[in-house]
Design a protein around this ligand. Sequence first.
Ligand code: TMP
Length: 209
Amino acid sequence: MKRGLFIAFEGVEGVGKSTQASLLAERVRAELQREVVLTREPGGTALAEKLRQIVLSGADGPIDDRTEALIMAAARASHVSQLIFPSLKDGRFVICDRFAGSYLAYQGFGRGLELDVLKIVTHFSSYAIDPDMTFLLQLDPAAAMARKGTSRDRIEIETDEFFARVAKGYEELSFSDSWVTLDASLSVEQLHEEIFAHVLRVIQNFGEK
Ligand code: TMP
C-alpha cells in the first residue's frame, strides 16, 4: 500500500487557502491518480463541524479565549482520529485547509495564550501527527482581509492588531523544515503551479509513493 501524504494550508483569512487546497486536490486526483480527502479545520467530522459552528458563530454567548482553545482542540482530536488517521492509513492523500499551525498562530500569538501549554494541547489533540508539508500563503493581513466579503465570523471581526500578531506568529512557525512559504499575491495559477511542484519534489524525496 502506498503511503498517503498529509498536506496543510495555512495563512490569515482571505489569502486563498481554500482555493489552493481544492486545486491541489483536483490535480493530485487527475495527475497522480491518488485518492484525496479534502478537509478543513475546525471541521472535517460531523462533530467537529458542529464545534466549528459554535466557535465561529458566537451564537451561544461570549466565548473566552481558553474555551475557544479547548473547542478548537476537541475539533482537532475528532478530525484526526475519525478522518485523518484512517485516510492516511488507507493510502489516501489528506489535504487540510488549516491545521495545528492555526492553533499556535491564532490562540497563541493572536489571543496571547501560553505557547508552551498550547504545544502540549496540540500534541494531545492531534495524536502527535504533523503534516508532511505545510504551505503558508503569505500576504499582508489588511490586503488579505480586503479580499473577504463583508460577512465576518466571530474571529474575522478581530482587530488589525490581532491579525498582525497572527501573521507574525505564522512567520515564526514558518522556520520549521516542513513549512513552505509562498507569496499569496501571485496569480491563482502561478501559486498552484508552485505548490504542485513542491508536492512532486516531496513525493520524490519520500521515494515510493
Ligand atoms: P476559515 O475556515 O474561514 O479559515 O475559518 C476558520 C477560523 O478558525 C479562522 O479564523 C482561524 C480559526 N482557527 C483558530 O483560531 N484556531 C485553529 O486551531 C483553527 C484550525 C482555526
